[in-house]
Design a protein around this ligand. Structure first.
Ligand code: GLU
Length: 319
């Protein structure tokens, strides 16, 4: 009987060998988002959905939650992700060797396209009594996990308002999904977050507690927005979040899709072409993507474009 078993084993092995090339012919493509309550994760997921729907024979796109902009840029340095999302200011700093990348410019970083604007926000509960930035002194405030983009913005705002993060506040470094929860549970008094609107990170707490969004209108912020190419002075329109029926002045960055030098021209070209060919699907997939405009999606990218993106933009006559 043994020969029979052997025959079956051999037949299965041959079968596997024949079918294996089909099973592994798909290329896995890793796309880094950020916290699950943010918008980056939606960028990674929704683009992955479109790619798997339109080019699923060739690619297996996987959208992953990550620590945020800094984590994603560092994942490009290590080449552990193929695509990621990062704030335009963090992208600029990385490519030019500033801030977290002081003296170690990320020269393999490549831009793909810009997505939605992200506003810098300071969110609190009504019962904390915090009405202006100065009121956060002595309070527990989340400034963002170290891998996030918002941490730099929070530190920048604190500096402009003359608040020392080590002595004047109890600074927390929670991931955003923890921070949103902690605000509702009264474990923190406020959080800084730089994110596209609307974001679940603010929508969800706004459903359970009365929230207040603090204006970031110091003239230092207006100057900053005038000086830096990647900032704009703007406002979050009244009604964006439950209970916030006033405009909130602040400044904004742009979420950009990034890649690195080693990702093949074909993968980037296929992704860029598929996204632009199906832009209406992407726009409909999340409220923060509603205003995506192809003309603006080539603006605000600080690192050089990836050659795969350049190929598509030249074909379209956009470059
Ligand atoms: N801007 C945040 C960061 O860079 C992420 C926001 C989001 O997840 O949408 O970490």
């Amino acid at each position: 009987m043994h020969w029979r078993k052997l025959f079956i084993v051999a037949a299965v092995a041959v079968g596997l060998m024949v079918s294996a090339p089909h099973a592994i012919a798909k290329t896995d493509v890793l796309f880094g988002g950020a916290s699950i309550v943010g918008v980056y994760y939606q960028v990674a997921l929704q683009i992955s959905n479109i790619m798997n729907k339109k080019m699923g024979d060739t690619y297996n796109f996987i959208g992953r939650p990550t620590g945020g902009s800094v984590f994603n840029i560092n994942a490009m340095i290590r080449e552990t992700f193929d695509f990621g999302v990062a704030q335009s200011d963090r992208n600029y700093q990385a490519y030019n060797g500033l801030a977290d990348w002081e003296g170690k410019a990320v020269k393999n970083l490549r831009s793909v396209f810009s997505m939605h604007p992200e506003t810098v926000m300071l969110v609190t509960r009504k019962d904390t009594g915090i009405k202006k930035v100065e009121d956060i002194k002595g309070k527990r405030v989340n400034i963002g996990n170290p891998g996030s983009g918002q941490r730099f913005n929070a530190e920048e705002v604190l500096k402009i308002y003359g608040i020392d993060k080590d002595n004047d506040i109890n600074a927390e470094g929670l991931q955003q999904h923890e921070a949103s929860r902690a605000l509702v549970d009264r474990k923190i008094d406020a959080f800084f977050y730089t994110v596209g609107n609307p974001s679940a990170a603010i929508e969800e707490p706004a459903q359970s507690v009365d929230i207040v969004m603090i204006p970031l209108d110091h003239e230092g912020i207006q100057c900053l927005a005038g000086e830096k190419p990647y900032y704009v002075y703007t406002k979050i329109p009244a009604g964006t979040y439950n209970g916030v029926d006033y405009d909130v002045p602040t400044y904004a960055v742009t979420a950009t899709v990034i890649s690195h030098e080693k990702v093949s021209e074909k993968i980037v070209y296929d992704m860029v072409k598929t996204v632009f060919d199906n832009l209406d699907d992407l726009k409909a997939s999340h409220a923060a993507f509603r205003h995506l405009d192809p003309k603006k999606m080539l603006e605000g990218c600080s690192a050089p474009f990836h050659p795969g993106a350049v190929k598509y933009y030249k074909e379209k006559g956009w470059m």
